[in-house]
Structures are given as structure tokens and as C-alpha cells.
Design a protein around this ligand. Structure first.
Ligand code: HEC
Ligand code: HEC
Ligand code: HEC
Ligand code: HEC
Ligand code: HEC
Ligand code: HEC
Length: 488
């Protein structure tokens, strides 16, 4: 009786909420948790209690020796009570199976939804969920990259998810969440389900907006033609940057560190001829023993595109964007310098950060440029709002997430990226060098502003000009050695 009551109540609630959920536009994730995760076990408990109760009653009756109990119930549909019981039982079973199937299917979908992955654990997934919404993949579900198709990975993800729930409940999860994600499914089974690796991309023109840290915030835009390339189908030999996509060659490497930022050893195998070339960092090679002990990693999309969906930008980049788009007025003196400084301080909470940013910027203008503070109140307020907005969508002090915690491997401006291998020090036994030549990956189409603007007159592009006189330093060191996402 208790079982039947629980089943009825839980089943009824389940159906009511199922219907409600279909009609709400943005259901709260807790509704989903309640309907698909909390109710079904209660329903199951109710259903289980029914046969347990029946068995128990049967045993009591048999002990009393009142009735000779047959092994199986004898059903006689000519008797009204039997007929009613039979009817209730069959209809009930069919209804339960139906609800169970619909519920199971919905539960599966719910536990795969962006809303479930991104918002149920509040703080934990906030950085990823927020950054994701302004990425090129904002319409690709988290699970397309993190789980992918098939039952095996689904089960695996739920198992590791169970531990993650435990870690969240006990508040023992690491902050920030460490990367690279070791258990990430290989790119062949995720990225390559949507992106065809043999596709040839034409060169892509990209504009990088920069502003200097001087009083005038001098603009220094750079236009680049990126030789993305690819290919490999029909007649085209793979070329350009996507040459690495494992189409005609296999590239493996050994990294010294967990984060795969220090790569002293690379092996390239030509798939047709099986010719192998090994490139080693001349300045800092691995020993024979270290090579023998390591398992080389096969390079894939993630070794360059490691932030396809969670890109936490640097203060330098964010302010360049805001100034280029006009949301911060570049005519405010020293605005880039003060904004970047305020954003890159270490804070404990978002609230603290936002109020500290406001104080720092307004105090700066009152103290250093009192006239500007008086006459351009609106521009200063708009600037503060913009910095705060950019801060809260890119930096997450509660999770200790910032640009400097998660290196982005595309490019080489504030992280080594391509220069992990293309630093000019990686040499093969045959004397070939992994190229550091500035024209091998892109051509500079234009650079600079005002009377320092230069335009390319040939497809080879311009020789790079560093906006600040640093001599030939940029030829010797990587940009990232001075440019760390803040003022160099
Ligand atoms: C386009 C594919 C893609 C999508 C969509 C995606 N991720 Fe990721 N995510 C990745 C990759 C690749 C990494 C691994 C980065 C690394 O190992 O350096 C990652 C890493 C993470 C990490 C580890 C910490 C970090 O910031 O790197 C978390 C947590 C995470 N993703 C959660 C999510 C959530 C939640 C969503 C949906 C809101 C989501 N991801 C959507 C590709 C994706
Ligand atoms: C479910 C399909 C899907 C999966 C899985 C997927 N992508 Fe994408 N990706 C897209 C779509 C769609 C776009 C284009 C978005 C647009 O231009 O509106 C895109 C765009 C991109 C771009 C161009 C970004 C830009 O800024 O222009 C890159 C790079 C990329 N994806 C890499 C990856 C990598 C790496 C993975 C695996 C971690 C991955 N994608 C997984 C669908 C997918
Ligand atoms: C030895 C250190 C050093 C190296 C190496 C270096 N830079 Fe700079 N860079 C500076 C300094 C210092 C400034 C001046 C900061 C200012 O006042 O704007 C600067 C300013 C810039 C600016 C304009 C302001 C900004 O931060 O956006 C750009 C663009 C730039 N550098 C690009 C590069 C590139 C690209 C490379 C690599 C090819 C590079 N730099 C290598 C030190 C360096
Ligand atoms: C050697 C590093 C590297 C590897 C490996 C790599 N890419 Fe790329 N990819 C790039 C660079 C660099 C760009 C240029 C765009 C940029 O800088 O954001 C790019 C661009 C793209 C674009 C956008 C192209 C366009 O013109 O809009 C897509 C999509 C993409 N990559 C997908 C992939 C996929 C899928 C894989 C794995 C099969 C992969 N890439 C492997 C470096 C790489
Ligand atoms: C793990 C090491 C590694 C990383 C990281 C890496 N590359 Fe390479 N790359 C190589 C090797 C090895 C070669 C082949 C050198 C040779 O055969 O002479 C190569 C060749 C190239 C080529 C020449 C292809 C051709 O047409 O011959 C381009 C362009 C290139 N890489 C661009 C990039 C870019 C852009 C990035 C960063 C987004 C990058 N690489 C990151 C190892 C790497
Ligand atoms: C191995 C390939 C490769 C080599 C070699 C290379 N670059 Fe780049 N560079 C890239 C890629 C890829 C990007 C684009 C990054 C992105 O999309 O964010 C880039 C971006 C840049 C940018 C714009 C950066 C920004 O954020 O404003 C400058 C400037 C630049 N490179 C200059 C140079 C100079 C100077 C050299 C020679 C010392 C050089 N590059 C060598 C691959 C390369």
C-alpha cells in the first residue's frame, strides 16, 4: 500500500512537471534535476516496495498457516475482483513503461544540455559557460566536444561526472581546473565529426588592433594574411598551417611539462614513404633516457586550437578591442594603461574586483587629470562600465581563472604557441630547421597608423616593424617574452 501510494504521487508529479517543463521557455536547471534525477529514484522505490510488501504479507500468511498458498497466483478473469486487479496491473505497467521511456529519453537529453553542464554547479563551470557564449562554438553543445557520440563515452562521462558532483558537494575541486584535460576525447572523434580535416582553407585576412601605452593611446593596427591552408584531397598536397593535420604526415612530440608548453622533441613520419625526421631543441635537448621513458603525443587539432570555446582574453587584448570598437574613447589620456593595470590586479572576488576597478580609474583621473575628470565625466563612467563588463566575462577570481592560467596555443604573441616548435632552435639530424621565418605562416599587409602607416606592395608582405624602438630584440626573443597580456 505504501509503495502504491509513493508510486502514484511520484508518478503524478513526474507527469505534471514533464508537461510544465515543455511549456517553460528557459527552465531553471533545478527543475530538470528534480524531474529527471530526484523523482525517478522515488518512483522506483515506490514500485519496488509493492512486490516486497506482497512477499512479506505472503510469508506472514504462510507462517500463520492460515491458507494453503499456491506457488503462482491463479487468475480467473470470470471473477470481478480478479478482472479489476488484472486490468489495474496491466494498464499500470504499460503507463509506467511509457513514462519511464519518455522520462529516460528526456533525462538523457537534459544531462547532455548546455544548461545542465554550464549552470547547475554555479561557480564551478561559470568561466567555461560564460566564455563559451562569446565563442565561435556558442551554438555547439558542450557534449559535442566533451563527450561525442556513442554509449562508451557517454557512460565514461557520467562516471567522471559522478565524482565531480561529489567533489563539488564537498568543495574539494581544484581552482582553477587543471588543463590540458587528459581525458578529453581525441579530436578525430569530436572536432572532426563537424570539421573535415582535408578541407582546404584559403588564406585568411585578420586585423589585430593594438594601442600603445602612451598618453595618446596611439593606435597600431596590424593586418595579416594568415596562410591557413590544409588540403590533401584529390590533387592538392597539404600546405600552409594546416599542413600539420595528420593527412600525409604524422607528427608526434614529447613535452617536458604537464601543460605541453616546453617541447624539446618532435618526430615527423611521412605516411607514404615512411621516412622519419626527428627535430630536437639544440639548446636544450632531452637525454636518451628521457626520450626512452616518454610516450610521444600525436599532434591533433587541440595542440593548436586548445581554446576553441573557452578563451579567456588578456587585459591588453580586451582593451585593444574595446578601444577599437569605440566602447572606450581612446582620446582619454593614458586610458589603456590605467585600464589594463586595474584589470590585471589579483582580486579575491568579482565584487571586490569591480569596485576596485571603478575606484582606481576614477581616482586616477581626479588625481592626474583633474580637468579631464571634470569635463569628461560621461566618457570616464562609460569606460568604467566597459572595463567591468569585460572583466566579468573574462576573469573569474572565485575560480582563479584568468588569461595567464590557460595559455592559448594559436599564434605566438602572449604565449609561445607555434614557437614551442617554430623558435628556430629545433633542428633535425639532416640539418633541417622548423621554420621561424616570419613569412612562413603569414604575410603582413599593413602596419602602423598616421604617418607611420605602411602598406604591402607585394604578396610577400612587409618586414615587421616593432612600434617601439627595441632594436633587433624581436628577432632574437619571442614576442611572448615581453608581451604577457599586460603592459610590456
Ligand atoms: C568546440 C568544442 C568545445 C565546446 C563546445 C566546449 N568545450 Fe570545454 N573544452 C574544450 C577543449 C578542447 C578543452 C581542453 C582545453 C585544454 O585541454 O587545454 C576544454 C576544456 C574545458 C574545461 C577545463 C577547464 C578550461 O577552462 O579549459 C571545462 C571545465 C570545460 N571545457 C567545460 C565546458 C562546458 C561547461 C561547456 C559548455 C558550456 C564546454 N566546455 C563546451 C572544447 C570545448
Ligand atoms: C557540433 C559541430 C562542431 C564540433 C564538434 C566542433 N566544431 Fe568547430 N565549429 C563548428 C561551427 C558550426 C563553426 C562555425 C561557427 C560560425 O562561423 O558561426 C565552427 C568554427 C570553428 C573554428 C573557427 C573559429 C573562428 O573563430 O572562426 C575553429 C578553429 C574550430 N571550429 C575548431 C574546432 C575544434 C578544435 C573542435 C574540437 C575541439 C571543434 N571545432 C568542434 C562546429 C563544430
Ligand atoms: C624585448 C621586449 C619585447 C619584445 C621581444 C617584443 N616587444 Fe612589442 N613591445 C615592447 C615594448 C616595451 C612596447 C611598448 C609598450 C607601449 O608603450 O606601448 C611594445 C609594444 C608593442 C606593440 C604596441 C602596443 C601593444 O602592446 O599592443 C605591439 C603591437 C607589439 N609590441 C608587437 C610585438 C610583436 C608582434 C613582437 C614579436 C614579433 C614583439 N612586440 C616583441 C617590448 C617587446
Ligand atoms: C599547427 C596548428 C594547427 C592545427 C594542428 C590545426 N589548426 Fe586549425 N587553424 C590554425 C590556425 C593558426 C588557424 C588560423 C586562424 C586563427 O589564427 O585563429 C586555423 C584555422 C582553422 C579554422 C578556421 C578556418 C577559416 O579560414 O575560417 C578551422 C575551422 C580549423 N582551423 C579547424 C581545425 C581542425 C578541425 C583541426 C584538426 C583536424 C585543426 N584546425 C588543426 C592552426 C592549426
Ligand atoms: C609540436 C611542434 C609544432 C607546433 C606546436 C607547430 N608546428 Fe608547425 N611544423 C612543425 C614541424 C615539425 C614542421 C615541419 C618542418 C619541416 O619538415 O621542415 C612544421 C611545419 C609548418 C609549416 C610549413 C608547412 C609546409 O608547407 O611545409 C607551417 C606553415 C607551420 N608549421 C605553421 C605552424 C603554426 C601557425 C603553428 C601554431 C599555430 C605551428 N606550426 C605549430 C611542428 C610544429
Ligand atoms: C609558425 C608560424 C609563425 C611564424 C614563424 C611567425 N608567426 Fe606571427 N603569427 C602566427 C599565427 C598563427 C598568428 C595568428 C594568431 C591569432 O590568430 O591570434 C600570428 C600573429 C602574428 C602577429 C599579430 C599578433 C597579435 O596578436 O597582434 C604579428 C605581429 C606576428 N604574428 C608577427 C610575426 C613576426 C614578426 C614573426 C617573425 C619573427 C612571426 N610572426 C613568425 C604564426 C607565425
Amino acid at each position: 500500500m505504501v509503495g502504491a501510494a509513493i508510486t502514484l504521487v511520484a508518478g503524478g508529479l513526474f507527469i505534471v512537471f514533464l508537461v510544465i517543463e515543455q511549456y517553460i521557455r528557459d527552465p531553471n536547471p533545478y527543475l530538470g534535476i528534480f524531474v529527471y534525477m530526484a523523482l525517478p529514484p522515488v518512483l522506483m522505490l515506490g514500485i519496488l516496495l509493492i512486490p516486497i510488501g506482497m512477499l512479506r504479507t505472503k510469508r506472514i500468511i504462510r507462517k500463520r498457516g492460515d491458507l494453503p498458498m499456491p506457488k503462482w497466483p491463479a487468475v480467473d478473469l470470470n471473477k470481478r475482483p480478479h478482472r479489476n486487479a488484472f486490468f489495474v496491473f496491466s494498464v499500470g505497467t504499460v503507463a509506467l513503461i511509457l513514462v519511464g521511456t519518455v522520462g529516460g529519453y528526456q533525462a538523457f537529453h537534459f544531462s547532455e544540455s548546455v544548461e545542465f553542464c554550464g549552470t547547475t554547479c554555479h561557480e564551478v563551470m561559470k568561466p567555461e559557460h560564460v566564455a563559451y557564449q562569446s565563442s565561435a562554438h556558442a551554438r555547439v553543445a558542450c557534449t559535442s566536444c566533451h563527450v561525442g557520440p556513442g554509449a562508451g563515452w557517454y557512460a565514461r562521462s557520467k562516471l567522471s561526472g559522478a565524482y565531480q558532483v561529489y567533489a563539488t558537494a564537498r568543495n574539494i575541486y581544484p581552482r582553477p581546473i587543471p588543463t590540458p584535460v587528459k581525458a578529453l576525447r581525441p579530436a578525430q572523434e569530436t572536432c572532426e565529426k563537424c570539421h573535415w580535416p582535408e578541407k582546404f582553407f584559403s588564406a585568411q585576412q585578420k586585423r589585430f588592433n593594438h594601442f600603445m601605452y602612451d598618453e595618446q593611446n596611439t593606435a597600431w593596427p596590424i593586418n595579416i594574411l594568415l596562410k591557413t591552408g590544409g588540403g590533401g584531397h584529390e590533387t592538392r598536397e597539404p600546405m600552409g598551417i594546416h599542413w600539420h593535420m595528420n593527412i600525409s604526415r604524422k607528427i608526434e612530440y614529447i613535452a617536458r611539462d604537464e601543460r605541453r608548453q616546453d617541447i624539446p622533441w618532435i618526430r615527423v613520419t611521412d605516411r607514404k614513404t615512411q621516412v622519419v625526421a626527428i627535430f630536437q631543441n639544440e639548446e636544450d635537448p632531452l637525454t636518451e633516457e628521457e626520450i626512452a621513458a616518454a610516450t610521444p603525443r600525436v599532434m591533433d587539432c587541440m595542440d593548436c586550437h586548445n581554446r576553441p570555446s573557452h578563451n579567456y582574453h588578456s587585459p591588453d587584448h580586451l582593451m585593444d578591442q574595446s578601444m577599437a570598437s569605440g566602447r572606450i574613447d581612446p582620446s582619454l589620456p593614458e586610458v589603456k594603461r590605467i585600464a589594463v593595470e586595474a584589470m590585471s590586479e589579483m582580486y579575491d572576488t568579482e565584487e571586490e574586483a569591480l569596485s576596485a576597478i571603478a575606484t582606481a580609474v576614477s581616482r586616477f583621473y581626479t588625481d592626474e587629470y583633474p580637468e579631464v575628470a571634470q569635463t569628461r565625466q560621461n566618457a570616464i563612467e562609460a569606460t568604467i562600465l566597459e572595463i567591468q563588463q569585460r572583466y566579468s566575462t573574462n576573469m573569474f577570481p572565485e575560480m582563479k581563472v584568468r588569461w595567464d592560467q590557460y595559455p592559448d596555443n594559436i599564434g605566438h604573441f602572449i604565449n609561445p604557441g607555434c614557437m614551442r616548435c617554430h623558435d628556430g632552435n629545433h633542428v633535425s639530424d639532416q640539418g633541417a630547421v622548423v621554420s621561424r621565418d616570419c613569412t612562413s605562416c603569414h604575410a603582413i599587409l599593413s602596419q602602423g597608423s598616421g604617418d607611420r602607416t605602411e602598406w604591402a606592395t607585394s604578396i610577400a608582405g612587409l618586414d615587421f616593424v616593432h612600434p617601439e624602438d627595441i632594436d633587433e630584440e624581436w628577432k632574437e626573443s619571442g614576442c611572448y617574452e615581453c608581451h604577457e597580456g599586460t603592459q610590456p
